[in-house]
Design a protein around this ligand. Structure first.
Ligand SMILES: *Cc1c(COP(=O)(O)O)cnc(C)c1O
Length: 376
C-alpha cells in the first residue's frame, strides 16, 4: 500500500480564479474576499464574520478583545496545538491548562470547573478532530462563572452541534483554512463574532487599529489610528483560491465522514477485544471527518502498530505533545503529572489517513492490518 496521511483537494477552477485575481491590483478585501464572505454566510448564517490570515490570527484577535490583564487566567486543554495558548500570552494573561476527556479528547469540564478562580476570565474549547465539545454544559459553566467563550474551531468547518455550526456558539469562533484542514487555501482563517460591537472592534483590530471601515462606509473624511491593532486580513490571492474550493465543502465533508464511519465499523472488533478505544462521537455532535483516531491500551502497542502501518506504506501519525509537558509549558511552571489524561493520550493516540482520495477498500485494508497486528 502507499497511503498518504493528507491529500490535497484541487478544483478545476483553481487556476482560473488565481489568474483572474492576478489581473486585479490584489487590494485586500477585494471581490474574491467578498465572494468567500457570501459563500461562508450560507454556512454561518447570521454570525458577523471576517476572514483572517490564519486561525491563529483569529484567536489572537478574539483574546485581545476579551479585555484581559496580567492577573487574568484563561482555561484551555493541554492536549492542543499552541495557537490558543500563544493568543492568551499575547493578550497578556496566563493560560491555565486543563485535562481532557478520554472519550473525545476535548476539555474535561470537571477539571475546568475545578480550576476556576476569581481570576478566570475566559475558556477556549477546542473541538478536537472536528467533534464538538459538550457545548451546552460548557456554556452553562461559562455563564455561571462569567467567562468569555472562544471556540477553537480550527478543525471544525462543516461540523455541527445540535444542528448549529461550530464556531457560532461561543462569544467568538475561530476556523482554519491551513493546508492540513478539510478546506484549504494554503493559509487562512475566519473569525466569527457573536456580538455586533465586538465584531466592530475586531474589524478595527484587523486593519492596524484604524477606523478604516468607517472611512470606506463614508462615516468620516479620513481614517486614522484609534486603538491597538494588527494586520490580520488574508491576501486576496488566498481568498480567490478559497472561493474556488468552498463550493465543494459538502462533498468533501460527505466523503470524509463516510471514511470515518468505515473505520469505526471495521475497527469495532479491536474495541470489543480491549486493544484500543475508538474515537467517540457524542449524539449531539455531527462531525466533519477531519481526523480519525484511536487510543491503544498501551504505548507499546500503539508504537508497534504505528511501525507496522509505516512498514506497510500507511502513513499513520501520532499527535500533540501536551502543552503542559512542552518546554514552554515547563517554563510556565507546569509539571509532569499535572494533566495525566493528556499525557496518556499523547502516548497512546494514533491518527489514520483520512482524506477524499481514500477508498472503502483502503480503510478495510488498514483496519485488517491493525487487527491482525494487535492479535499477533
Ligand atoms: C490548525 C490548528 C490551529 C492553527 O490554525 P492556523 O490556521 O494554522 O493558524 C489552531 N488550533 C487547532 C486546534 C488547530 O488544529
Amino acid at each position: 500500500m502507499n497511503i498518504s496521511f493528507y491529500a490535497p483537494w484541487h478544483t478545476d477552477q483553481d487556476d482560473e480564479v488565481l489568474a483572474s485575481c492576478l489581473e486585479t491590483n490584489l487590494a485586500t478585501d477585494g471581490p474574491f474576499s467578498a465572494k468567500v464572505h457570501k459563500q461562508l454566510s450560507r454556512i454561518y448564517e447570521e454570525s458577523p464574520m471576517m476572514l483572517t490570515a490564519s486561525c491563529s490570527a483569529a484567536l489572537e484577535t478574539a483574546l485581545c478583545l476579551c479585555g484581559l490583564t496580567q492577573d487574568d487566567q484563561v482555561l484551555l486543554p493541554s492536549y492542543n496545538f499552541p495557537s490558543a495558548a500563544n493568543a492568551v500570552l499575547r493578550a497578556g494573561a496566563a493560560p491555565v491548562f486543563c485535562d481532557i476527556d478520554p472519550d473525545t479528547q476535548n476539555i474535561s469540564l470537571k477539571d475546568a470547573a475545578s480550576k476556576i478562580t476569581g481570576r478566570t476570565k475566559a475558556i477556549i474549547p477546542v473541538h478536537y478532530a472536528g467533534v464538538a465539545c459538550d457545548m451546552e454544559a460548557l456554556l452553562k459553566l461559562a455563564q455561571e462563572a462569567g467567562l468569555a467563550v472562544v471556540e477553537d474551531a480550527a478543525q471544525a468547518i462543516g461540523s455541527l452541534y445540535n444542528g448549529r455550526p461550530l464556531g457560532t456558539l461561543g462569544d467568538f469562533g475561530c476556523v482554519s483554512f491551513h493546508y492540513t484542514k478539510n478546506i484549504s487555501c494554503g493559509e487562512g482563517g475566519l473569525l466569527l463574532c457573536k456580538n455586533r460591537q465586538t465584531y466592530e472592534d475586531a474589524r478595527c483590530y484587523r486593519v492596524h487599529g484604524t477606523n478604516r471601515d468607517a472611512f470606506f462606509n463614508g462615516e468620516c473624511d479620513r481614517y486614522t489610528w484609534v486603538t491597538p491593532g494588527s494586520s490580520t486580513a488574508p491576501s486576496e490571492l488566498c481568498a480567490a483560491l478559497l472561493s474556488a474550493r468552498l463550493p465543494w465543502l459538502e462533498q468533501i465533508t460527505r466523503i470524509r465522514v463516510k471514511r470515518l464511519e468505515d473505520y469505526l465499523k471495521a475497527l469495532k472488533p479491536l474495541e470489543d477485544a480491549g486493544y484500543a478505544r475508538l474515537m467517540a462521537v457524542p449524539r449531539e455532535a455531527c462531525p466533519n471527518g477531519h481526523i480519525f483516531y484511536l487510543r491503544f491500551e498501551s504505548q507499546a502497542l500503539r508504537d508497534r502498530i504505528h511501525r507496522l502501518l509505516l512498514e506497510n506504506g500507511v502513513e499513520a501519525r501520532t499527535h500533540y505533545v501536551p502543552l503542559h509537558l512542552s518546554p514552554m509549558g515547563r517554563k510556565l511552571g507546569y509539571r509532569p503529572g499535572d494533566c495525566p489524561e493528556s499525557a496518556a493520550c499523547c502516548d497512546t493516540l494514533l491518527r489514520l489517513p483520512l482524506h477524499t482520495r481514500l477508498t472503502l477498500r483502503q480503510t478495510g485494508q488498514i483496519a485488517e492490518l491493525i487487527i491482525k497486528g494487535c492479535s499477533s
